[in-house]
Write a new protein. Structure first.
Length: 146
C-alpha cells in the first residue's frame, strides 16, 4: 500500500516545529523538565506520521496526528513561545487540507501503531480554545488602546 502523506507534511510545515537558533547541541540537562511532562511529550513524539489514524477514522479526520504534533511541544519549555500560534496554524492547515472533523469515535487511537492517546486531542482542543481567547483579548485591548 502506498500512502500520500504530503498533506500531513504540510500540517507540520505550518507549525510543527520550534524556532531555535542553530549551533552545537545544548546539554540535555540544561533546562529542567518535570518527568511527567517529559514522558507526555515523548509519548506524543512517538507519532511516526503514518496516517493509519486518518485511514481508520470514519470522518477521515487527522486530529490524532495533528494533536500528537501539537502536544509534543505543548508540555515542554521549548514549545512555549510559539505554542498558541502553532496550534492555530496547524489546525488551519488541517482544515484547509480537507480532513474531516473529529467526533470522538476513537478508531484513530485503536489503529495507531504507536498507541497515541486520545488525551492528546483533548490537549489540542484546550490549546486551540486558549489561542482563540488570547486573540480576542488582544483585539479587545487594541480597540481599547485605539
Ligand atoms: S496512526 Fe498514530 S503514528 Fe500514525 S500518524 Fe496517526 S497518530 Fe501518528
Amino acid at each position: 500500500m502506498i500512502v500520500d502523506r504530503s498533506a500531513l507534511d504540510r500540517i507540520i510545515a505550518a507549525g510543527g516545529f520550534i524556532g531555535a537558533p542553530t549551533g552545537s547541541a545544548p546539554d540535555a540537562n540544561a533546562i529542567p523538565i518535570p518527568k511527567e511532562d517529559a514522558d507526555l511529550a515523548m509519548d506524543a513524539a512517538a507519532c511516526i506520521g503514518c496516517g493509519a489514524c486518518v485511514a481508520a477514522c470514519p470522518n477521515a479526520s487527522a486530529m490524532l496526528f495533528t494533536a500528537a504534533k501539537v502536544s509534543q511541544f505543548a508540555k515542554l519549555p521549548q514549545g512555549q513561545p510559539e505554542r498558541y500560534r502553532r496550534v492555530k496554524a496547524m489546525v488551519r492547515q488541517m482544515d484547509f487540507e480537507g480532513f474531516g472533523n473529529c467526533t470522538n469515535h476513537g478508531e484513530c487511537s485503536a489503529a495507531c501503531p504507536k498507541a497515541i492517546s486520545l488525551d492528546h486531542i483533548a490537549q489540542l482542543n484546550r490549546d486551540y480554545l486558549k489561542s482563540t481567547l488570547r486573540a480576542d483579548r488582544r483585539i479587545v485591548s487594541e480597540i481599547g488602546a485605539g
